[in-house]
Design a protein around this ligand. Structure first.
Ligand code: GLC
Length: 423
């Protein structure tokens, strides 16, 4: 059996599983938990079908809330309790250090497949030499913009946050004056959750305000550039963005955008294929650009996201679960995900794939964006990352909702981070 598993590992394609299909002692019923964002859940059955047919095993997906913060809270409870009902977890790129002890080391099973992935992504899922999860897609956000509306109003794609603010306001005002009463300038993710950490990290980093906690562990968040970036963002809710943006996650922003009611949107690549879908009011009317930078700083910053698959140590069907993880991380499944969901592959060669380039042109265009993306400080803060992020997004939310000014909120945040990290 161990030998067969290695065969599987070599390619991670459904065809590779055929060789061992007859070897399985018994068909396993595998349970996979994943957050429900975009069309991932509805596409999952088709995605795993080749693996099910090749192995005789079946997979049930358990959909979780879209918020990665909520998923993390639930998974941590299940794992701490040694829950044996769930075989595989779809895991956020930031979780590896905090959940490592509960997952199986996938390095041996993955074999040569590891070398097909970008080394930095494999590195992000490696904790003390253990490969905690296998990457299934990476993520780096874009500024989505309406080509038709910018052209109509003689505006160009903004390259600074200040330009974005002005252009969003100008187009919103002109459209409303012309009777388009539902339109807003800019939608993004302002809810108090991990997605706000991503948005706000982008504002700070692109404005010379650092990345909260730097790679060497120093706390950098309390600085004037960061405060100025937050103050600008705090001017958006109720002007160029709906008041309700302070409770938006990815899907709420996409909902407004896809009904044609936003000029700009900050979102991840999954919104690209959905925005061009048959039921989208903006199909063919938009394009994507790198996120703006702060005036005078000239550096766009995209937060590095991404998802992986991890096998629970408490699973009763570890062998089948590992083979599914290898399949999902392999080229066949990643290509399907790229074509259907415009998720960015973690397999290097897929950036040269002609089908992907033709069907989802954002993917080859976004290779350099994700390679330059800014990581959240999960590596330097390890076990404390979730708490660091919670303190950060809570402080940011208090500024956006005008409960605190940015300078005070960042000074308090710095003190809280010191208490947490300088133990
Ligand atoms: C995307 C990213 C993920 C991030 C999340 C925040 O799903 O891939 O890394 O944590 O958005 O909402």
């Amino acid at each position: 059996m161990a030998k067969s598993l290695k065969t599987i590992a070599l390619r991670g394609t459904a065809a590779a599983f055929v060789a061992v299909a007859g070897v399985s002692a018994q068909a396993a019923e595998i349970t996979y938990v994943s957050g429900a964002t975009g069309a991932a859940i509805e596409n999952f059955a088709a995605l795993v079908k080749p693996w099910e047919e090749a192995t005789g095993h079946t997979v049930t997906i358990v959909p979780m809330p879209s918020s990665t913060t909520d998923q993390f809270g639930q998974y941590r409870l299940w794992l701490a309790a040694g829950n044996g009902d769930i075989d595989l977890y779809q895991t956020d790129v930031i979780w590896a250090p905090q959940l490592a002890e509960h997952f199986v080391d996938l390095r041996e099973a993955a074999g040569d497949l590891v070398n097909e992935h970008f080394p930095s992504i494999i590195e992000s899922q490696t904790v003390d030499g253990k490969l905690v999860a296998l990457p299934i897609f990476t993520d780096a956000p874009a500024l989505y913009y309406r080509k038709d509306l910018l052209e109509k109003h003689g505006a160009s794609v903004p390259t600074t946050w200040e330009e974005l603010t002005a252009t969003a306001q100008m187009v919103q005002d002109a459209e409303r004056a012309a009777g388009n009463s539902e339109i807003f300038g800019f939608v993004w993710q302002g809810n108090s959750y991990e997605g706000l950490t991503c948005n706000a990290l982008e504002w700070l980093k692109s404005s010379g305000g650092g990345q909260i906690v730097e790679a060497d562990g120093s706390i950098s968040v309390n600085n004037a550039n960061a405060a100025a970036a937050l103050e600008l963002a705090a001017s958006w809710a109720g002007t160029i963005s709906p008041e309700g943006v302070l409770s938006y996650q990815e899907e709420e922003a996409r909902g407004v955008w896809q009904t044609g009611n936003a000029v700009f949107m900050r979102n991840w690549p999954y919104a690209y294929s959905l925005g061009n879908g048959a039921d989208s009011a903006v199909a063919g009317l938009f394009d994507v650009a790198p996120l703006p930078s702060g005036q005078g700083h000239g550096v766009s910053a995209a937060t590095l996201g991404g998802w992986n698959v991890a096998v629970s140590k408490y699973s009763d069907d570890q062998e089948a679960a590992i083979s599914l993880a290898v399949y999902l991380a392999g080229a066949e499944a990643q290509k399907a995900r790229a074509l259907n969901e415009s998720n960015l592959p973690t397999i290097m060669s897929l950036y040269d794939d002609a089908d992907i380039a033709a069907q989802q042109p954002i993917i080859p265009r976004w290779k350099d964006v994700f390679l330059a993306a800014v990581p959240r400080p999960s590596a330097p803060t390890r076990q404390d990352y979730n708490e660091v992020s919670t303190l950060f997004f809570s402080a940011v939310h208090s500024v956006l909702s005008k409960e605190a000014n940015a300078a005070d909120a960042l000074a308090d945040l710095e003190a809280d981070l010191q208490d947490l990290l300088d133990k």
